[in-house]
Design a protein around this ligand. Structure first.
Ligand code: PLP
Length: 396
């Protein structure tokens, strides 16, 4: 037999495992030091009370023969109507109309971002921004796909725009972006949609951080952009919106107008999911259905405001220190330039050893991330304040 040798082309460790290993080694060597992690992409606020109540009710349903649920309904690839309706309601509030059979419930964005590749030939050229969330590149490399990079840098504010000279078939866009926190405006997204239509390409639009958008002029869904229904798939998640990183639930919207190679991608995705996926758990789906209720939205907004407060704390600190950064507004991520021309891992070690603060080296997100560093607003308010105080002392 032969293994999939493309796995051998991947780097040995996923970025966050390397960061974790370095921090563990430091803590082992210095057990007396209190390390603060501004590196975490995970949330820290507990689930909203409306979500918890809905999940308790769901557990109770499972406890009785009359209300017990097994596999989810076949009709919408195992998504329950109550959840699909609430997602449609959330889109309607953004001025976007979608139909029930365009919504596919998932166990989170990461799985769908990788699994969607099943629909596309390995011959396709994939355009991925650099720097970016590492899972996009790795999941394409695993299938041996050719990866092209769209350079994001200080000059373009880490928001690369389409280049007519590049022929891409699949395009990843993540806005607000992980790791840079930069978010596209309407005109910029329209340029990407027009480019995708001209090239016959498909955009995989990762909207995992859309709930962090504060600026009402910024689009929260690619389907707010004219033409997107013919060229885009949107991948969403309750992870950062509502603290579901441990619960696991998300959704992907595949519009019915999206056809390639004479086939409806909506139908292909339904076929793929019904073959390889058996749905997100009933408890997770019922909890998720509570997120976009009036009560749920009010409660998750309070959690997001808490993280926004942390983002402001970090932003003030960087401004005081005269350090260039993007993000922090419309995003839980701040993307800073390493001081004194330091390289990303050099600054990582400096900050860990001297201030006992952990961030994520920008170079781990792509070559254009070299010399940059990602900080996140997902910690507690107290630890964020303390980390900033330590950074002020170290870097002033
Ligand atoms: N997309 C981006 C850009 C992310 O940063 C993350 C998680 O950090 C995900 C997707 C994964 O989300 P989920 O927890 O829904 O799998």
């Amino acid at each position: 037999m032969k293994i999939n040798e493309h796995f051998l082309d991947l780097s040995e460790n996923y970025l966050f495992s390397t960061v974790g290993a370095k921090v563990s080694a430091f803590q082992k060597a210095h057990p007396d030091r209190k390390v603060i992690k501004l590196s975490i992409g995970d949330v820290t606020c507990p689930l909203a009370p409306a979500v918890i109540a809905a999940m308790h009710r769901a557990v109770e349903d499972l406890a009785h023969a009359e209300s017990f649920k097994g596999y989810g309904p076949d009709r919408y690839c195992y998504g329950y109507d109550v959840l699909i309706d609430s997602i449609k309601g959330s889109y309607a509030r953004k001025g976007v109309r979608i139909s029930s059979d365009e919504v596919f419930i998932s166990d989170g964005a990461k799985s769908d971002l990788g699994n969607l590749l099943d629909l596309f030939s390995a011959d396709n050229a994939v355009l991925i921004p650099d720097p970016v969330y590492p899972a996009y590149v790795d999941s394409n490399r695993m299938a041996g796909r050719r990866v092209l990079f769209a350079d994001a840098n200080e000059e373009n504010g880490f928001l690369p725009m389409p280049d007519e000279g590049v022929d891409a078939d699949l395009i990843y866009i993540c806005s607000p972006n992980n790791p840079t926190g930069a978010a596209y405006n309407r005109q910029q997204l329209k340029a990407w949609v027009d480019y995708a239509i001209r090239k016959g390409a498909v955009i995989l639009y990762d909207a995992a951080y859309e709930y962090f958008i504060e600026d009402p002029t910024l689009p929260r869904s690619i389907f707010e952009i004219e033409g997107a229904r013919e060229c885009a798939i949107e991948i969403c998640s309750y992870s950062k919106t509502a603290g579901f990183t441990g619960v696991r639930c998300g959704y992907t919207v595949v519009p019915k107008e999206l056809n390639r190679g004479g086939a409806s991608l909506n139908r292909l995705w339904a076929r793929r999911q019904s073959t390889k996926f058996n749905g997100a758990s009933y408890i997770a789906q019922m909890g998720a259905a509570a997120v976009f209720t009036e009560e749920g939205e009010r409660e998750i907004a309070a959690n997001i405001d808490y993280y926004r407060g942390n983002a402001k704390t970090i932003a003030h600190c960087l401004e005081e220190l005269g350090i260039w950064y993007t993000g922090g507004k419309n995003s839980p991520y701040l993307w800073m330039k390493c001081p004194n021309g330091m390289k990303s891992w050099e600054f990582f070690d400096h900050l860990l050893e001297r201030a006992n603060v952990v961030g994520t080296p920008g170079s781990g997100f792509g070559k254009n991330g070299e010399g940059f560093f990602r900080l996140t607003a997902f910690g507690t308010a107290d630890s964020t304040l303390e980390a900033c105080q330590r950074m002020r002392e170290l870097l002033k």
